[in-house]
Design a protein around this ligand. Structure first.
Ligand code: ZN
Length: 582
């Protein structure tokens, strides 16, 4: 697993409290939303499917929680060996799970969908007993596994994976020439839909993974990590071997099987000179278009390395792979399906004329290499750490390529997508995905934080240091907030809580007194201690004020109330003029 910043026990306690309260307040979100590495874009599609009233299922609680048979062990390595038959639409293989016991125990928890056949679970050459509950396997050992010992179990399985969810999870498609095109994308539905693993977010195999995939001769499998070799198995199949050198989210593990054409390149970090290998894969019929569109990768890497530091996975390199769905941040094997057009499927994604200048999927999904893959949320409830930061990175990319004005404008173009109907952070331990506000609202929250810091040089140093501090770790919102509090010397807890734990945004209330020549101001916010400093006043000569939630404060204002400027493009807040008391 990646190093956890917080002891699990404290999170479990917080989760029990937040989980119960959240489930009641929100009615639970369960897993009605499918994977949304990128927000839904279809015309007429509701940004947030109706999910009210759904309680977490038994499977959600088993997969979302971190019970004793998960907590008693620490993942070290997965070795997944798989054979994929495109004609029968079946898979068969084995995953060897290596782990270290964190305490004495006789049982561990793994997952595999009951839709697939579990052939055996072997340990030291013998079959293990297990019980199944929903997708979960409670695996029992014939002897006590001692704290500190390293063990391996081999889970053999086979069957026909069920295509499900927005991106299919496991899809047997065909390319335009009718040849097999088989891909996986299972962030929302869980990796155990197609391979057995410890299907949760907190623990990742700290030594990485080997992925060996056999496909019919003539097809190629592109998975995560570094290509090792392809091997003719002599029975009409070729095995493609990939080695992942870093911890990896189970939902990031991917197969991409097709008649891919490959080309490559190298990217050099402008500051450090560090080299990143670039490997690109597209179908033959799309090769020319792909070569033009994928040329956006080096400048994307320039931008993100400028703000956050080196590409996180140089031992594995960066790959961009054509797929039949929109896109997904599969670690070092980024999935691309944006039709080789700029914007999002050719549309101006934030509606302000900037999105058509770049390919939204390349910029968004690749940003996840820093936030989502290197820094990972330890529970799906806190997924804004992936999506809010990565959406904010889109604005940084615009700022890097063009200028700050365009970056701010791009981010403010997200506002119409925000619903503010429920809090971002969901009930912990329930496998509940936040609403799409986690993308847009949280990007604007971070843009607001920049204005609170009010010093761009400091802000850029802060976000660089923030990433560097937490890279390769699995963290929770509390870790984020504690870091920013310490870094800035400010109490930003009410700030983060206001945006992440409540539905509404803060509203700056104004009360003009023409007779006295003043304007009074205060926050209307859900957090009683919300006291965000904000600039307002005369455009071009704004005044920094420090409103609080209860007390009115005043500053001189003799001009027309309509001319008082609250720069809501820099601060994601509402403003409201309150009538004088009669
Ligand atoms: Zn995303």
């Amino acid at each position: 697993m990646k190093m956890c910043v917080r002891a699990w026990v404290s999170v479990v306690l917080a989760g029990l409290v937040a989980g119960v309260a959240g489930a009641q307040v929100q009615g639970g979100m369960a897993s009605a939303q499918s994977a949304t590495t990128t927000p839904g874009v279809k015309v007429g599609q509701a940004a947030q499917p109706a999910v009210a009233g759904l309680m977490p299922t038994a499977d959600d609680l088993l997969r979302g929680g971190y019970g004793p048979y998960r907590a008693n062990n620490d993942l070290l390595f997965y070795h997944l060996t798989l054979r994929v038959d495109p004609v029968a639409k079946t898979i068969a293989g084995t995953n060897v799970v290596r782990f270290r016991m964190l305490e004495d125990g006789r049982k561990i928890q793994l997952e595999l969908t009951p839709a697939l056949t579990l052939e055996s679970i072997k340990f030291e050459g013998k079959d293990l007993r297990y019980t199944r509950e929903e997708r979960t396997l409670f695996v029992e050992f014939p002897r006590l596994l001692k704290r500190g010992e390293v063990d391996e179990v081999a889970v053999a399985y086979s069957g026909q994976p069920v295509t499900q969810g927005r991106f299919g999870c496991f899809s047997f498609d065909k390319d335009k020439e009718g040849k097999p095109w088989i891909t996986t994308a299972c962030e929302g539905d869980g990796a155990s839909v197609w391979w057995p693993n410890k299907d949760q977010w907190r623990d990742e195999p700290q030594d990485g993974m080997e992925i060996d995939v056999a496909v019919p001769d003539g097809l190629m499998d592109v998975s995560n990590g570094r290509f090792v070799a392809s091997r003719d198995l002599g029975d009409g199949y070729t095995q493609w071997q990939w080695r992942v050198h870093y911890p990896i989210n189970n939902y990031d593990v991917a197969l991409n099987i097709g008649e891919y054409q490959h080309w490559d390149g190298v990217h050099v970090n402008k500051d450090s000179g560090e080299k990143t290998t670039l490997d690109y894969y597209a179908l033959p019929e799309d090769l020319a278009k792909a070569k033009v569109q994928f040329a956006q990768v080096p400048e994307m890497l320039d931008a993100y390395e400028h703000y956050f530091g080196e590409y996180p996975f140089d031992k594995d390199g960066y790959k961009l792979i054509e797929v039949p769905y929109a896109g997904m941040e599969h670690q070092t094997a980024v999935a691309y399906g944006n039709h080789f057009e700029n914007g999002y499927y050719g549309r101006d994604w934030t509606g302000v004329g900037i999105s058509p200048k770049f390919d939204f999927i390349i910029i968004h999904e690749s940003g996840h290499e820093w936030f989502g893959n290197s820094i990972t949320a330890a529970d799906k409830s806190d997924m804004w750490i992936h999506e809010g930061w990565t959406t904010y990175m889109e604005g940084l990319y615009v700022e890097y390529r063009w200028d700050k004005t365009d970056g701010i404008k791009y981010l403010n173009g997200l506002k119409p997508k925000i619903r503010n109907r429920q809090a971002i952070i969901t009930a912990r331990g329930t496998n509940t995905e936040p609403t799409e506000d986690q993308y847009f609202k949280d990007a604007l929250m971070l843009n607001t934080l920049r204005s609170v810091i009010d010093d761009d040089a400091k802000w850029f140093a802060d976000i660089h240091e923030f990433y560097q501090h937490f890279k390769y770790q699995n963290i929770m919102t509390e870790d984020v907030v504690a870091w920013w509090n310490e870094r800035t010397g400010m109490d930003l807890t009410p700030f983060f809580s206001e945006y992440l734990r409540h539905a509404a945004i803060p509203v700056l209330e104004l009360r003009f007194d023409r007779a006295k020549g003043t304007v009074a101001y205060r926050w209307n916010a859900d957090e009683a201690d919300f006291a965000m400093p904000i600039k307002m006043g005369e455009r071009g000569h704004l005044t920094l004020v420090k409103p609080v939630t209860m007390e009115w404060q005043t500053m001189p204002w003799t001009k027309d109330p309509d001319t008082l400027d609250v720069p809501v493009d820099l601060y994601y807040v509402g403003e409201k003029t309150v009538e004088e008391k009669p």
